[in-house]
Design a protein around this ligand. Sequence first.
Ligand SMILES: *Cc1c(COP(=O)(O)O)cnc(C)c1O
Length: 389
Amino acid sequence: MNEEKYQPETLAVREGTLRSQFGEHSEALFLTSSFMFGSAEQAAKRFIGEEDGNIYSRFTNPTVTMFEERLAALEGAEQCVATASGMSAVLACVMGLLKAGDHIVASYSLFGSTVNLFNNVIKKFGVETTYVSATDVSAWQAAVRPNTKLFFLETPSNPLTEISDIAAISKIAKSCGALLAVDNCFCTPILQRPLDLGADIVIHSATKYIDGQGRVLGGAVLGSRKNMEGVYGFLRTAGPTMSAFNAWIFLKGLETLKIRMDAHSANALELAKWLEAQPNVARVLYPGLPSHPQHELAMKQQKSGGGIVSFEVKGGKEAAWRVIDSTRLLSITANLGDTRTTICHSASTTHARISPEARAAAGISDGLIRIAVGLEAVVDIQNDLKGLS
Ligand SMILES: *Cc1c(COP(=O)(O)O)cnc(C)c1O
């Protein structure tokens, strides 16, 4: 399909579909570890790359290929490589693009396991990371070293919904010969296309909104063919590739991504406005609210505010836990991107392992609650937050 001709809604339901000899309408699930060849000569040609085609599902699988082509079209990327999880996408990005002695500049506000990977795994192999404020563009410039090869950020961030200026930070990355990777998990290509804003690499945890129904783990790395060469090479050799079954689930997820993201965003905006009016709420952090410190930038680079709303209750941890424990409908879990609304206390769960001082410096107070707004009726979500009154 010529992706320039079609709108995202169309690409999301049709792009990448490969049909077998049976003419199935929906995408087939190719549960096979390996593929057969017509002759010894054909096998030889496939193995040395003289002929395109599948060999083994760690290298390529038609169901996974369909998912990769569809997501690449939605992000406007030349190539997508699918991975076993969001974390293996981050790992493949680093292993595919960097070498010992290289340096990363990353936002403080990263997913916890990404920070762990950078600090405790990648560092062992001689790649150091400097952390800077997600929102202070000049800090990115100041952190650059002669060996800086990668900038890495997430926007909006978790759980504070800080917005990084992708276009401005990408200019700094370009000026020093580094690549900018954006973890686009919270927005998905429906709400934000980092490559259009100057980023070089997009990372996904497909586990979240792309599945959208909390079933399976997966991830993806996207970018130019040149940049994906090493990333794919690492995955094919090391093995954290996406299973065909999960790719089939994600293909179904992509088909409804647009209508789900629009609904998550609309529900989140309505809930955020309601929370702002509650007397026991000290502040609400949602990029779609005019009160958000970076509302203007968010509305410039995103289509809408997304599905994540954080808010601070008066009364610290005790009050926050009371609100969470009084819910009957919402799911107390740190996962997000699900049809079911989830609620969690960041300071004692996702950010419990960092020191209270570091948490305070990052702005994650004891009264902070994060809600990943699902697709239930907003009035039912509001009624379930009775612990607020
Ligand atoms: C969940 C998440 C990841 C990791 O993804 P997994 O699929 O759990 O490995 C990475 N980045 C962000 C922003 C996430 O929310």
